[in-house]
Design a protein around this ligand. Structure first.
Ligand SMILES: [Zn+2]
Length: 300
């Protein structure tokens, strides 16, 4: 209601009122104006809040802050970098996630809220228990398949980092009888077998998703003591003793799948790595540094 219109309506009303003076009329008009201003203010604030939410604004809703010790902060930095590197390398896209076990509490792991890995910031990182409940008890937007992480940490005390990807080139090896085997020096960790997990063996749940603890536990059992398990028609879970090791394994699982397909397409028998050729480099600093730089150069 505009100011003139407001005054006009009050004027009309005043002609039908008796015993109301002009001072009272002014007071009423002032109240109507103040009410209008308040409503406008509420609308502006609500709109700003909605815009912030749309833009993925405030990451941590309410609750706990992450520990500030240097070790945890370094792990969080690696977690954030891992998402960018894996997106840059085509292992993760809008889907997939990376986690790390808390170095001080074996029953806690750190992972972002549900967000594309390349966009994750340190403020997005949340603490989860091994049943994949958020420790702050209030967080929303959790990954639907977070149970992969909690159950693997529960089953494998040696594992400090887990990556779940929809790594595209491995999919054919999860839906055929052709086993994924190491053909390249960078994928020696695949020697010894890459198991395939099928949700159909454990009750189909929401279109192949590992969306509860029993399925997560079944997947962890399927992984066994290996570093990689394929999930039929879906992707992989890759584990490691550090975030960096798990990232390199996830990348070279994808690379090896591509090279193996190329070798098989050429025809004839393929010579795979032998036991004494299957190894992993002890230091990953060189690869990590260059992969992170490439990701940054590509705007990740
Ligand atoms: Zn998935």
């Amino acid at each position: 209601m505009g100011l003139a219109s407001c005054w006009g309506k009050l004027g009309i009303a005043s002609r039908h009122m008796t015993g109301i003076g002009h001072t009272d009329l002014l007071r009423v008009a002032l109240r109507v104006l103040m009410l209008g201003l308040n409503l406008a203010l509420v609308a502006v604030v609500s709109s700003a809040l909605a815009r912030a939410a749309d833009e993925g604004g405030a990451a941590r809703p309410v609750g706990r802050e992450l520990p500030t010790d240097p070790q945890t902060q370094a792990l969080v930095a690696d977690l954030v970098a891992a998402g960018r590197i894996l997106a840059d390398q085509g292992v993760l896209d809008g889907f997939g996630h990376v986690s790390v076990r808390d170095p001080h509490r074996a029953g806690v792991y750190l992972m972002s809220r549900s967000r594309a890995p390349a966009l994750v910031k340190k403020e997005d990182i949340l603490e989860h228990d091994l049943d994949s409940n958020p420790l702050d008890g209030t967080s929303r937007d959790l990954f639907l398949e977070r149970f992969i992480h909690g159950q693997i940490y529960k089953a494998r005390p040696d594992v400090m980092a887990v990556i779940h990807s929809h790594s595209p080139t491995v999919i054919p090896f999860s839906v055929t009888q052709v086993p994924l085997k190491p053909v390249a020096i960078t994928a020696g960790f695949l020697y010894g077998g890459v198991p395939v997990f099928d949700v159909r063996d454990h009750g189909i749940d929401k279109a192949l998703l590992i969306s509860n603890n029993p399925l997560g536990a079944a997947l962890a059992k399927g992984l066994g003591e290996r570093p990689v398990v394929l999930i039929r028609g879906h992707g992989t879970a890759v584990v490691g003793p550090t975030v960096r090791r798990a990232v390199l394994r996830a990348i070279y699982t994808e690379v090896n799948a591509r090279l193996q397909q190329q070798a098989m397409a050429l025809g004839g028998p393929v010579t795979y790595l032998a036991a004494d050729e299957a190894w992993e480099p002890s230091s990953l600093e060189r690869q990590w540094e260059v992969l992170l730089r490439q990701a940054h150069q590509h705007g990740m």
